[in-house]
Design a protein around this ligand. Sequence first.
Ligand SMILES: [Zn+2]
Length: 184
Amino acid sequence: MKPAVLVIDMLNDFVKGSLKVEGADQAASKIAKLLAEARRRKVPVIYACDSHVPGVDRELEAWGPHALRGSWGAKIIDELAPSDGDFVVEKRRYSAFYATDLDLLLRELLVDTLILTGVATEICVQHTAADAFYRGYSIVVVEDCVKGLSEEAHRRGLEAMRALYKAKVVSLDEALILLASSQL
Ligand SMILES: [Zn+2]
């Protein structure tokens, strides 16, 4: 197994701003632990970040203005600021794969397994899991490192990923063990 950790939409707007996801700040402190371990073990850390073009992106029609390119809201929260060697992929749709170079990056890094974290479980995380499944990646979702728009929606998202995309849903502790045992 060659994993990468994906951090989805841990941006100011989703954690503190216009589309705040309740509990995302608690997930952030857990994600920080996972990222520290990933970097220590040289597991790639990839941020997938909404970066919407005002007046153009269809997603804004559904959700209103959020994560507008270049704005404070589109910045990764300070608590999870990228380190040297991390990767940042900007996206304009829910999926981190859609019209981005994520797949190319993962292939160049020889990654076969995605460890998913971030928000929202049933939206961007789930859509990214779907696209990962279509492309043949194994999927791990870290239950306490993702948050949904509600607890019910979060559960529904996890269940869908498990059932439809064969995602393994694990705790942070299990994910840390997984990183320790991965072939690097
Ligand atoms: Zn968006």
